[in-house]
Design a protein around this ligand. Structure first.
Ligand code: NAP
Ligand code: GCO
Length: 262
């Protein structure tokens, strides 16, 4: 029941990072992988990376915030590959700016990619899932779906909204055998968090690096590959009775007050 053979999975923003790791895991479980990224050179880089893993993925250039482009991409995928069985809304950005210094345009840009786009892409794939009689949607949420912190107001608002969008898709389309769940990763070592891990000029650890290690029971950053098991579970028949759930893959951050400083 954990296999994905015969299933077509679209993972957005999956040339690298968490999306790439999830796509690799789903491919190893038997899924056919299609992905998109915003630039041709990124799609080409992603195709090379998938090929190096022995995965015959298909890549499409598409800005997930552009509804017409998303609808055209989904139609092209359905024509060239087949109906999408599994959607992972992974593409996302973050802007770390103190709220009072953030422009409304910057706030809107984060909301557009991290919340509006999952709405747009989900809306594009649901009708064919209904016709097919099943579907799986996995929204990549965040610790910021539950917690705030300085400088990430737009991102937290988007990821909190994505949690509720997840629950609403569950509520509205569960009767059509569509399960919509979220994965809430903890702190993962990817390009998105690289600025938070850069060593200081004197070679010491970035303060945020030390902070996150103290807030994670295992005392370390997590790896993108540690999300693949939960993602395959939520994409498979093993989770057909799981709906509207946010599965936090955070190493226990949300359960932990934090390690006492020595
Ligand atoms: P990442 O390394 O920045 O990768 C994000 C991917 O999304 C990139 O390929 C990016 O392409 C693509 N993308 C951005 N805007 C797009 C758009 N408008 N249309 C299409 N593709 C777009 O991020 P990540 O760390 O892998 O994170 C992936 C997801 O996990 C995000 O939703 C993030 O919020 C979430 N997340 C990350 C962490 C973490 O600790 N890393 C934890 C929790 C949740 P470009 O390179 O062209 O921008
Ligand atoms: C930040 C980080 C986090 C992670 C992730 C945690 O600046 O706090 O980027 O937001 O990306 O969302 O779950």
């Amino acid at each position: 029941m954990f296999r994905l053979d015969g299933k077509i999975a679209l993972i957005t923003g999956a040339s690298y990072g968490i999306g790439f790791a999830i796509a690799k895991g789903m491919a190893n479980a038997g899924a056919t992988i299609v992905f998109n990224d915003i630039k041709q050179e990124l799609v080409d880089k992603g195709l090379e990376a998938y090929k190096a893993e022995g995965i015959n993925a298909r890549g499409y250039v598409c800005d997930v915030t552009d509804e017409d482009a998303v609808n055209a991409m989904v139609a092209q995928i359905e024509k060239e590959v087949g109906v999408i069985d599994i959607l992972v809304n992974n593409a996302g950005i973050i802007k770390r700016i103190p709220m009072t210094e953030m422009s409304a345009a910057e706030f809107r840009q984060v909301i557009d990619v991290d919340l509006n786009a999952p709405f747009i892409v989900s809306k594009a794939v649901i009708p064919a899932m209904i016709k097919k009689g099943h579907g799986k949607i996995i929204n990549i949420c965040s610790m910021m779906s539950e917690l705030g912190r300085e400088t990430v107001s737009a991102y937290a608002a988007a990821k909190g909204g994505l949690k509720m969008l997840t629950r609403n898709i569950c509520s509205e389309y569960g009767e059509f055998n569509i399960q919509c769940n979220g994965i809430g990763p903890g702190y993962i070592a990817t390009p998105q968090t690289a600025p938070l891990r850069e060593p200081q000029a004197d070679g010491s650890k970035h303060p945020f690096d030390s902070f996150i290690c103290a807030k994670t029971p295992a005392g370390r950053w997590l790896e993108a590959e540690e999300l693949t098991g939960p993602a395959v579970f939520l994409a498979s028949d093993a989770s057909n009775a799981v709906n509207g759930h946010i599965l936090y893959v955070d190493g226990g951050i949300l359960a932990y007050i934090g390690k006492q400083p020595k």
